[in-house]
Design a protein around this ligand. Structure first.
Ligand SMILES: [Mg+2]
Length: 477
């Protein structure tokens, strides 16, 4: 066989599957594709041998050679739990009958069980039917970490569909609004505002960030005399699981002044130009939120995040109406409906979905688009591995009202090494949007294995115990 024909045959039957990563039993499956497929390919190759080089490269560039999307079927779902990224992040891999696989990730801090319980509902489905499968499984997701399984699966389906059709995920969402995605970062807190400002400044000067976020909690002042009113003998730590309005904790005018003075000193070092958001205020009462928000007006904060639980839309609106700084929430909201409610009543100025909770790539794009209709911008919360990061990057590229994506792992030296391809993921404040199929990254097996959670040391081990977990799912009678 001539070298050119061999290369073409290789392109038709093998090469792309190898390039995008085949599952362990890939060679076995390819052997099963069998003689008929090979003869067909050989006949095509013989005909094409008459083409000139130009036509040949055009052919290879325009025809999908990676799989037969119409016959693609899900055959397996397996997990590998990464620790210290900095959160615990369960990765998932969805395998198919054609050797290609999709990568996804359950929300940071959530259980891998949220994904595994979906396995029986996925087996036999064509992963390219992303929306159909999403509608089938979305009843098994919920707010905050409970949304993690559904969203992880949805990411993996886009990765698979992209590999099957040889297109990047953003293209399947409607194409790009931008070629690079602005990231924002949190920074290690210090009680010394000047030291903290120095760390923030390093984010800008050293790492190229163009957008920053800080913590501004009641913990900064609560141990100082006269700064916080609360039931005597308690601290903010006693109210970790008590919602803000029920703690009886309010910041005094003196405490508000001290917190505002802290931000003033930060701004003096950092300057006023770079956007600076604030989060983690502590479980303080609604009126303290309003008084603190008003006191921060002069420091031009980019947004004030999750001042009270998002479920209380009317109360959130009270803060938004009273404070002339953007009010933002959303990292724990599952599905578009609650985002649209908050945006349509202007209870918030900005939304902040975590794509690994909000419903995945397509649902989050819908969230952005629907909130845009109400003049509400979208920042994105994120604290996972590069797999989920890339899902965010594709969605952010494809959503017009996007502002900035959180990068929670800039201080983890091995974080980018978890994946191959498309490097660097993050550079000088931005993530580049990849043009490779699906999410655009594959796992670096060795590095992932070095960072598996000690309680979950398996690396994509078989999960047959989840093959038949399938009660009657219908939501109506
Ligand atoms: Mg937050």
């Amino acid at each position: 066989m001539k070298a050119k024909t061999r290369a073409l045959l290789d392109a038709i039957t093998h090469r792309p599957a190898r390039r995008y990563g085949a599952s362990p039993s890939d060679s076995l499956r390819k052997a099963r594709i069998g003689r008929r497929g090979l003869l067909k390919a050989a006949a095509g190759a013989a005909a094409l041998a008459f083409w000139n080089e130009e036509n040949l490269s055009a052919y290879q560039g325009t025809v999908n050679t990676n799989s037969k999307p119409n016959d693609l079927k899900i055959t397996d779902l397996r997990v590998a739990v990464v620790a210290g990224a900095p959160m615990t992040c369960p990765l998932i891999r969805i395998d198919t009958n054609q050797g290609i696989y999709g990568l996804g990730e359950v929300r940071d801090g959530a259980s891998k069980t949220y994904a595994l319980m979906l396995k029986a509902r996925l087996l036999g489905e064509n992963p390219c039917n992303v929306d159909k499968i999403f509608r089938k499984i979305k009843q098994f997701g919920g707010h905050a970490r409970q949304g993690g399984g559904v969203c992880g699966v949805e990411m993996a389906l886009w990765d698979l569909a992209g590999k099957a059709y040889n297109v990047p995920a953003y293209q399947m969402l409607g194409g790009k609004f931008r070629d690079r995605v602005r990231c924002y970062a949190d920074t290690d807190q210090s009680r010394d505002p000047r030291e903290f400002a120095r760390r923030l400044k390093e984010r800008v000067d050293g790492r190229g960030f163009t957008f920053l976020k800080m913590d501004l909690g009641v913990g900064l002042v609560e141990d100082k005399p006269g700064m916080v009113t609360r039931p005597l003998g308690t601290t903010s730590r006693d109210y970790f699981n008590t919602q803000h309005m029920f703690t009886g904790m309010e910041i005094t005018p003196k405490g508000i002044d001290a917190m505002a003075a802290y931000v003033q000193q930060v701004r003096e070092v950092l300057g006023s130009e770079v956007p600076l958001a604030a989060d983690h205020f502590g479980h303080i009462g609604l009126n303290s939120c309003i008084r603190l928000g008003k006191a921060l007006t002069n420091y031009n904060m980019a947004w004030l995040e999750d001042m009270i639980p998002w479920q209380y839309a009317d109360l959130m609106k009270k803060i938004t109406d009273a404070v002339d700084i953007p009010i933002l929430t959303g990292e724990d909201i599952y599905l578009k409906e609650d985002f649209v409610k908050l945006a349509s009543m202007h209870a918030v100025d900005m939304i902040h979905p975590d794509l690994a909770t909000s419903g995945g790539l397509l649902e989050t794009k819908k969230i952005g688009d629907m909130c845009q209709e109400h003049g509400v911008a979208m920042a994105m919360h994120f604290a996972g591995t590069p797999v989920s990061f890339m899902a965010n990057v594709h969605c952010a590229a494809a959503t017009e009202n996007f502002v900035a994506l959180e990068h929670h792992s800039v201080d983890i030296p091995w974080w980018e090494d978890l994946v191959n391809g498309h490097k660097p993921l993050f550079n000088r404040g931005f993530a580049t949007v990849p043009n490779t199929p699906g999410l655009g990254v594959s796992l670096n097996d060795e590095v992932v294995k070095q960072h598996l959670h000690k309680d979950h040391p398996g690396y994509f081990l078989p999960t047959p115990e989840w093959d038949k977990e399938r009660p009657h799912d219908r939501l109506w009678s």
